[in-house]
Design a protein around this ligand. Structure first.
Ligand code: EPZ
Length: 419
């Protein structure tokens, strides 16, 4: 298993280009199952989760033509799409469940492996199943698989999600696009990745309209037209670079992302003392010597994202006083805390709160990755630690960060991958 060896502390300076968003690309790739005509997706990040989704589409019968730089794919669906998504593919990437909506909608049946739990908690799919059932999908759960079918077509309905869910919103948007009549989805997730999916489908001829802040109206259409679409930049990667600059007194220019989409994170960084200048698709950021302590709560977009919680925790370990982070989205997203303590962090967990004493002095140590964002937080911490740190199990990082060690090297990090 590959690991990273980082020798800190490093002086951070330079330019980074943000890759395409993994979490926007995954539902858009799943939605290509709705197309009869070829469709091209551009600005894909070259990461493991995208490879897994493309393998899943291939296993269902889509022909995938990947460009040499692996950033674009042309997808041509065969006349005989299979409707079976296997455990071996879905267990490694929960977003595999996003093929359920398009398969039942277009092919009237689907057998899709239940994703199972993960390091963040139980992560059920009840909102996806209950909402699809309201649209006339019948299903049974047998031997770890959802066996679903629709007699004629999915029927448009008014559906209110009991709680905001990114995945359930996306699955239902995709399922409703070709359904009968009008669907109204209430209490939707409005993350930029959800909006990107809506833009993609509308460009292909779907009829989706935001009729309220969290209400989407979908008038079913019969088919979609061939298009070429470029995925938005990755907001979590962008936020991670911003935190790195803030943490290390670094100076970074970050290109390829619309800063308006991460106003909450940028405002928090300004509050703790970071200097930030934004242009159209560019952020200039300069960390300061003094980091102010703050309290944070993770919440659905546009509030502070759970996917940035671990990175901000590292930053607050270096603040000039006590900070509290409350995790509201996942029940088990503090796996990085024990590893940060190995570097010298003073953090206590009380229920869903992490109480972080500031002014930590990190000494390099051997560390273990647990999930994607926790792992990148360990990388950030290692960069500002004294001496050598080893980060094991970096396959978690390879799922979602493109060319991470190359980008880090180019801005001054002493990092190597050991296989
Ligand atoms: C998406 O996961 C992202 N994944 C996650 O990013 C992100 O952390 C999460 O949204 C929250 O922003 C992708 O986009 C591929 P949810 P998702 O459904 O859709 C509960 C990363 O690091 N829930 O919004 O699975 C659920 O347990 C990943 O890139 C139900 O109870 O998240 C959680 O507590 C990690 N029943 C909450 O809702 C359901 O049927 C929000 O989950 C669905 C969700």
């Amino acid at each position: 298993m590959d690991k990273f060896v980082i020798n800190g502390p490093n002086k951070i300076k330079g330019l980074v280009n943000v890759s395409g968003s993994k979490n926007a690309a995954l539902p858009i790739l799943a939605a290509t199952l709705l197309f009869d005509k070829p469709v091209e997706i551009k600005n894909l990040p070259n990461v493991k989760d995208i490879e897994t989704m493309l393998n899943l589409l291939k296993s269902l019968g889509s022909k995938i033509i990947i460009s040499n730089d692996k950033k674009s794919v042309k997808i041509i669906n065969s006349k005989k799409i299979k409707t079976y998504a296997s455990y071996s593919l879905v267990k490694t990437m929960r977003a595999g469940i996003l093929v359920l909506g398009p398969l039942v909608s277009k092919y009237k049946k689907a057998t899709v492996s239940m994703p199972g739990g993960c390091n963040l908690g139980t992560r059920p799919i009840n909102f996806h199943l209950n909402a699809l059932k309201k649209m006339n999908m019948s299903y049974k759960i047998k031997k770890g698989y959802v066996h679903a079918f629709v007699k004629t077509k999915l029927n448009g309905k008014k559906i209110k999600f009991p709680k905001i869910s990114v995945g359930a919103t996306e699955n239902l948007i995709i399922a409703s696009t070709l359904s009968n009549g009008v669907t109204v989805l209430k209490n939707c997730a409005i993350e930029p990745e959800v909006k990107d999916l809506v833009n993609f489908l509308n460009l292909a001829g779907a009829n989706l309209n935001w009729i309220g802040k969290r209400t989407l109206q979908i008038k079913g259409v019969n088919n979609l037209k061939s298009i070429s679409y470029s995925i938005i930049g990755d907001r979590i990667e962008t936020g991670t670079w911003c935190v790195l600059a803030a943490l290390s007194e670094g100076k970074l220019k970050i290109k390829g992302f619309n800063p308006k989409l991460i106003q909450t994170e940028l405002n928090l960084l300004k509050k703790i003392g970071t200097k930030i200048k934004c242009n159209n698709h560019e952020i200039e950021i300069k960390g300061s010597k003094n980091i102010k302590n703050i309290n944070l709560t993770t919440k659905e977009y546009p509030s502070f994202p759970t996917d940035m919680q671990a990175q901000f925790m590292v930053l607050l370990c270096k603040a000039n006083g006590r900070s509290i982070i409350k995790e509201n989205i996942f029940e088990n997203r503090f796996m990085h805390v024990a590893e940060l303590r190995r570097l010298g962090a003073k953090i206590r967990i009380k229920d869903n709160k992490a109480i972080i004493e500031g002014n930590a002095k990190f000494e390099g140590a051997e560390l273990m990755s647990s999930d994607l964002r926790a792992s990148v937080a360990l990388v950030l911490a290692a960069i500002v630690s004294n001496g050598e740190s080893t980060i094991n199990r970096i396959y978690h990082l390879d799922r979602g960060y493109e060319k991470l060690e190359y980008k880090l090297k180019s801005i001054g990090v002493d990092i190597k991958r050991v296989s």
